[in-house]
Ligand binder design. Structure first.
Ligand code: A2R
Ligand code: GDD
Length: 312
């Protein structure tokens, strides 16, 4: 089998490429933005900006993939408040460009569109864990674009009988994630404090939110299971099934530190609105694919902290 990963220079792409090549034995092609660097062992790397629609079809024809994993996005909720236009362009227009290019192909690939748990928006505590049939109430710009991407995928699947599967990925974490995201941010700060290059203060945002965290290595196993066993036109939650308060997550990280650290709220890290809780019901994923998570949160946190200790 031949897989094409679009947007592979980001956090998830490298893990997915390694998994597909090493565990599935597939041949893997990946794309990166022209200005990015991306070296993935055994993968052929192409430049692609999904806003340049004419180059997408050409690439699809050249690589003739059986599976396309569409990861390319402006993936930060925080950045989406600051750069709404860019977020809409990449996440909505870019996705349409990918779907349109695939629609015109003679050999039709199976496409996995990666959306987000943010699409559910604010839900009542008792509505959690959320199933895929929960109404979507996107509460930020990133969430709205991902909800739109999911709707587009579903429309293309129905209208053109295209083989498209939609995913709503809950928070994923692991070594190499940008410190724009909470766990990477906290672990990086701990490593800097331990090294003595930062005063012993941890700057945080909203600690009351509850999120469902999964190791990225489990996330990519779910993506590969879905392209092999998922049902076309369907949407799947991908997460751990357990939400944890960011405060508890922080406490777990602080326990791993060798230094005493005080915690301070940085008002710049607070968002205009923040979903209070989101927890995944993953029974559809497990029923259709047999997927189960392998990594426990504690071991993932240790891996991330070790990664940052090696970097700073
Ligand atoms: O923005 P950059 O330079 O970091 O590049 C990102 C890339 N990307 C694009 N690729 C092609 N054409 C574009 N116009 C374009 N704009 C951005 O997509 C980056 O290399 C990649 C996305 O990687 P990350 O931001 O690290 O996301 P991650 O964590 O790998 O998540 C994969 C998917 C995304 O769709 C998320 O929204 C979802 O999972 O949670
Ligand atoms: N980044 C960050 N930094 N978040 C913080 C901090 C901090 O210092 N302190 C508290 N938080 C809270 C945020 O307010 C949010 O409630 C939660 O931690 C998680 O924030 P992020 O790690 O930035 O992730 P996200 O939930 O906004 O978005 C991520 O997960 C989505 C899936 O739910 C991204 O990976 C998205 O691409 C993904 O779709």
């Amino acid at each position: 089998m031949k897989a094409l990963i679009i947007g592979a220079a980001g956090f998830v792409g490298g893990y997915l490429a390694d998994h597909l090549r090493n565990e599935c034995g597939w041949s893997v092609c990946v794309t990166k933005m022209p200005q990015e660097t991306c070296e993935i062992e055994g993968a052929k790397v192409y430049d692609l900006d999904i806003l340049e629609k004419n180059s997408i079809k050409e690439l699809f024809e050249k690589t003739a993939p059986d599976y396309i994993f569409h990861l390319a996005a402006q993936s930060s909720v925080a950045v989406s408040w600051k750069r709404p236009e860019l977020t809409v362009d990449v996440n909505v227009k870019g996705c349409v460009n990918v779907l349109e290019a695939a629609r015109e192909l003679v050999k039709k690939p199976r496409i996995l569109l990666v959306g987000s748990s943010e699409e559910y928006g604010p839900s009542l505590e008792e509505e959690n864990p959320v199933t895929e049939s929960q109404p979507l109430r996107p509460g930020n710009i990133y969430a709205a674009t991902k909800a739109c991407q999911g709707m587009l995928g579903s429309i293309y699947a129905k209208a053109y009988q295209m083989d498209v599967i939609m995913v709503r990925a809950f928070n994923h974490i692991g070594p190499k994630q940008a410190p724009l995201f909470v766990v990477s941010d906290f672990c990086k700060q701990v490593a800097e404090i331990e090294k003595g290059i930062k005063e012993p203060a941890m700057y945080v945002g909203n600690l009351s939110a509850k999120r469902d965290f999964t190791d990225v290595r489990d996330i990519v196993r779910a993506y590969s299971a879905l392209v092999q066993k998922g049902i076309a036109g369907e949407t799947y939650n991908v997460g751990s099934g357990h939400a944890i308060a960011i405060q508890d997550l922080l406490n777990n990280i602080l326990k791993l530190s060798t230094k005493e650290i005080k915690v301070e709220v940085d008002p710049n890290k607070l968002r205009p609105v923040d979903v209070p809780i989101v927890e995944a019901d993953v029974s559809k994923l497990t029923n259709d694919t047999g997927w189960e998570r392998k990594y426990e949160l504690e071991s993932t946190l240790k891996d991330i902290l070790e990664y940052w200790r090696g970097i700073v």
